[in-house]
Structure formats: structure tokens, C-alpha cells
Design a protein around this ligand. Structure first.
Ligand code: CAA
Length: 258
């Protein structure tokens, strides 16, 4: 595999870090960055030595959207036949918990990419928006669907139909952001959260993420059935016996991630 050119990839302990790195375009999401992010994330996802993934950008921009210059000349047939955003669902489908560490602009596809992650931790400088209506289009990588599920119809419609940007504080109040932290502390705070998650038992993390996903995709009855079976399945893992024994013996668990 050739080295990525639009992202930086690093492993720190059990955490895989992906940093979007197209500063000349405020990390606009072109075809290459999509391929490289998806390849890095799926490689981390296939590695049981990784228990959490962090996706971040620069201080100025998490990502300022899909690459407008790359999209401008496309036709509807190009979209229907070539499916230029077709790899993003593979990112949304990975099993490992993903934390978006958002500083600066998370606009259009950038906001949509953050919403494919499990936690969104925002610097107090972060700005979120779905400004596609300003370009004569609409969100195209899940924005209308995930935003409504995240913050409800009326807050989502306010962002999607006006194109206005909202602050990290407003995004947190609306439920789009998990936590807001001072900009200077963002990466340290996210590293602490990611290391904490990655130290948990991998089978329980995979199952918990799948059950959370089920909450967004199924009826309550189906979701509860899924959760019941996922919960039962954990009782065949080493780590369930270890976790509960450690509680009883008043010590830290020694998870094997099996
Ligand atoms: N695509 C391509 N290039 C982009 C870009 C994007 N989404 N966003 C910024 N850039 C480029 C600019 O063209 C500029 O490059 P040049 O110097 O070569 O012209 C460089 O990044 C720096 O940007 P600005 O000079 O505009 O920086 P600024 O600080 O003045 O403004 C900004 C920052 C408000 C984020 C502004 O860049 C902006 O409005 N960007 C576009 C935001 C947007 O509309 N996003 C939605 C894209 S469509 C989409 O995402 C569809 C979808 O749902 C999939």
C-alpha cells in the first residue's frame, strides 16, 4: 500500500489516530482523502490491538466540506453511476468506537463525517454547519438523515435550510456534540477519552456500538431484542468473567479482549 498523502496515521498504544491533512483546502474531502481515511480506518478496525480510533483535523478546520472544486463539473449521471461518495458508508460501518476531535470548521461533508463517528468532542472554537443550500445543493453524505436523528427535525431544519453555522456550545446544547473543551486542551482530552475506551474489553465495545447503531436503525422492539442477544453473547467471553471477578475481588480487570 502506498503511503497516504492527505492524512497522517499514527498508533499510540491501543488508539489509532487519523489526522486529516489537506491544509491548502481546509481538509476538504476529495476522492483521495476519502480513500485514505477509509483505508486507514478499516485497517485499524481489522486490528484487535486497536480499541479506539480518533479522527481529527487542524486547529482551523476539521473539514470544510466535500471538495467543491472536485464536484463542480459533475453531472447527475456521474453521481448515479460512479457514486463518488460511495466509500463513506464503509467508514460509518466500522466496529471500533471512533471519536471525532473537532476544532474549527466542520461544515457540509465535514459535519457529516463527524456524525459518522461515535463521540464528537469539540474545541470551544468549533463551528458546525450544513451550508450546502448556499451552493445550490443539499447535504449528500447523510447530513439530512443523521442530523435529524441527532438533534431533531426543527434544529436540523434550521441548519440545513438556512445554511447557518452554529457554535460548539450551541451544538452541544442541541445534542450534536458529546463534550466541549478548551481548544488548547482538545487533543489531550480526546487522547484521555480514547485511551479509556480502548482499555475496555474489545468484544463489549463492538457489541455496545452495534447496539447503539441498532437504536438508530430499528424499532424499539427490534432494538431491545438485539440488545438482549448481544448482552447474552458477552457471557461467553473471557472478559465478562474477568470483569465481574475483578469487581468482586476489588481490583482492576485484566482484559484479554477475547
Ligand atoms: N472545497 C474545496 N476547497 C475548499 C473548501 C471546500 N469545501 N473549503 C475551503 N476550500 C479552500 C478555498 O477554496 C481556499 O483555497 P484557495 O486559497 O485555493 O482559494 C482554501 O480552502 C482556504 O479557504 P478560504 O480562503 O475560503 O478560507 P476562509 O477562512 O476565508 O473561509 C470557510 C473558511 C468559511 C470554511 C470557507 O472556506 C467556506 O465557506 N468553505 C466552503 C464551506 C462549504 O460550503 N462546505 C460545504 C461543501 S458541499 C458538501 O459538503 C456537500 C456534501 O454534503 C457532501
Amino acid at each position: 500500500m502506498t503511503a497516504p498523502e492527505t492524512i497522517q496515521v499514527e498508533t499510540r498504544g491501543r488508539v489509532g489516530w487519523i489526522t486529516l491533512d489537506r491544509p491548502e483546502a481546509l481538509n476538504a474531502l476529495n476522492a483521495q482523502i476519502m480513500r485514505e481515511v477509509v483505508a486507514a480506518a478499516t485497517a485499524f478496525d481489522a486490528d484487535p490491538a486497536i480499541g479506539a480510533i480518533v479522527l481529527t483535523g487542524s486547529a482551523k478546520a476539521f473539514a470544510a466540506g466535500a471538495d467543491i472544486k472536485e464536484m463542480e463539473a459533475k453531472t447527475s449521471v456521474d453521481w448515479l453511476v460512479d457514486d463518488p461518495f460511495g466509500e463513506w458508508p464503509r467508514f460509518a460501518a466500522i466496529r471500533t468506537p471512533v471519536i471525532a476531535a473537532v476544532s474549527g470548521y466542520a461544515l457540509g461533508g465535514g459535519c457529516e463525517l463527524a456524525m459518522m463517528c461515535d463521540l464528537i468532542v469539540a474545541a470551544d472554537s468549533a463551528r458546525f454547519g450544513q451550508p450546502e443550500v448556499n451552493l445550490g445543493v443539499l447535504p449528500g453524505i447523510g447530513g439530512t438523515q443523521r442530523l435529524v436523528r441527532a438533534i431533531g427535525y426543527y434544529k436540523a431544519a434550521d441548519m440545513v435550510l438556512t445554511g447557518r453555522l452554529i457554535s460548539a456550545e450551541d451544538a452541544e446544547r442541541a445534542g450534536l456534540v458529546s463534550r466541549v473543551v478548551p481548544a488548547d486542551d482538545l487533543l489531550d482530552e480526546v487522547a484521555t477519552i480514547a485511551e479509556g475506551i480502548a482499555a475496555k474489553s474489545l468484544p463489549s465495545l463492538y457489541a455496545a456500538k452495534a447496539a447503539l447503531d441498532a437504536a438508530l436503525e430499528t424499532s424499539l422492539a427490534e432494538g431491545l431484542r438485539f440488545e438482549r442477544h448481544a448482552f447474552a453473547a458477552q457471557f461467553d467471553t473471557h472478559d465478562q468473567k474477568e470483569g465481574m471477578a475483578a469487581f468482586r475481588e476489588k481490583r482492576d480487570p485484566d482484559f484479554t479482549h477475547r
